[in-house]
Design a protein around this ligand. Structure first.
Ligand SMILES: *Cc1c(COP(=O)(O)O)cnc(C)c1O
Length: 390
């Protein structure tokens, strides 16, 4: 393409307040967490990460990584199906299967790739794939990659999903949803969706990227909080770069599903295996998350504290009982201005704009983690009450 059209495209994005910029963020692992970061020379409290359990800068994860690297080296050298599958991967897969109460688990390099893999393996041309309207981009892209016809039901509307399952001219192969919605913090109506999927013979895929490690009495995610079994929800996707402070993702489910993914999921087959030191760090995270339940209790307690204080201060929040707390602002410009004002006040809270959320639904997305202190949460609410109170 010629130069001029690209520049015009970028200018148009800029003009609509939709141009994205990166900022280089420095954290302080010597403190054992990354609640505070330095962004372009300024110290800020980070209320934008998905590091819900405060593990991303935990010294035990770094130590596990270093120890494994000294034994196994840094790179895997090949894909899992060639010669890249190591003992650390195998051990982590077994531990993830046990943690989620499923027959087997399969490691992917990222959650994005796990969703591409599971959707494209389970749905085919000539079939339909049914998704919540606010599903994560990776589920949508996986549906597109499968060649199936994509159909989307109204957000969290299990009745609408059921009607679409019943009225389709094509067989619906897969019904897929986020567990905790990444930009809204609300939870899918999983029991109803499970019933509908089962009644119509569709696979139910739940992507619990933001619930795993955080929600449920034992941190096993929203399926545990909803009391749903592996029969109710056969395919569970979890990510390891959020609550577990590491990197990578997995699909957990029945043995035959995992075996099928090994044969058919191109985002698994045609990519180099995750470095083993990353798997070692994840194993350590899984141990810490199970041993130190205070971490998820604290993230949820701080979310309640934030909501109560915001309510008193007149800051309008969306309805969410998870550590993801959106503040609806209605336009990209308003969200960007709020981001800048908060940054000036010492907080890193990123504006979420289209196409990550629908146009007109732009927001700030605050996330609470086990690494935050109460006084930091209170100070954030105080700043928000100045920046975006009604
Ligand atoms: C972050 C996220 C992913 C992608 O996971 P990565 O490991 O970061 O690629 C998938 N699904 C949802 C719902 C997410 O929020």
């Amino acid at each position: 393409m010629q130069r001029q059209p690209l520049e015009q495209l970028l200018e148009r994005l800029e003009h609509r307040n939709l141009r994205r910029l990166r900022h280089t963020v420095q954290s302080f692992p010597e403190r054992g967490n990354r609640a505070e970061v330095i962004v372009e020379g300024r110290r800020l409290v980070d209320f934008s990460s998905n590091d819900y359990l405060g593990l991303a800068a935990h010294p035990a994860l770094a130590a596990a990584m270093a120890e494994c690297a000294s034994r196994c080296g840094s790179g895997s050298g090949a894909s899992h199906l060639v010669s890249g599958h190591g003992a650390e991967h195998a051990a982590l897969e077994e531990e993830l299967a046990a943690f989620t109460g499923r027959e087997r688990a399969l490691l992917f390099c990222t959650g994005y790739m796990a969703n591409l893999g599971v959707m494209s393996a389970l749905a085919d041309r000539g079939e339909a794939a049914l998704l919540d309207r606010l599903s994560h981009a990776s589920l949508i892209d996986g549906g597109l990659l499968s060649g199936a016809r994509l159909r989307r039901y109204a957000h969290c509307d299990a009745g609408a999903a059921r009607r679409m399952l019943a009225d389709g001219s094509r067989r619906t192969a897969v019904l897929a949803t986020d567990g905790v919605f990444s930009m809204d913090g609300d939870v899918a109506p999983l029991a109803e969706l499970a019933q509908a999927a089962r009644a119509h013979g569709a696979w139910l895929v739940v992507d619990d990227a933001h619930g795993i490690g955080v929600m449920g009495p034992n941190g096993r995610g929203v399926l545990e909080s909803a009391g749903l079994t592996a029969e109710d929800v056969p395919a569970l996707v979890g990510t390891l770069g959020k609550a577990f402070g590491s990197f990578g993702a997995f699909v957990a489910g029945p043995s035959a599903l995992i075996e099928l993914l090994l044969q058919k999921a191109r985002s698994y087959m045609y990519t180099t295996a995750l470095p083993q030191p990353v798997a070692a760090a994840t194993r350590e995270a899984l141990r810490i998350a199970q041993r130190e339940r205070w971490r998820r209790e604290r993230a949820l307690e701080l979310a309640r504290r934030f909501r109560a204080a915001a309510g008193q201060a007149g800051v309008a929040l969306a309805d969410s009982a998870t550590p993801i707390q959106p503040i609806p602002l209605g336009s990209a410009g308003a969200a960007l201005r709020a981001q800048q004002a908060l940054r000036a006040a010492g907080f890193w809270v990123v504006a979420i704009r289209a196409p990550t959320v629908p146009e007109g639904r732009e927001r700030l997305r605050v996330t609470l983690t086990a690494a935050h202190r109460e006084d930091q949460v209170d100070a954030l609410v105080e700043a928000l009450s100045r920046v975006c109170a009604r």
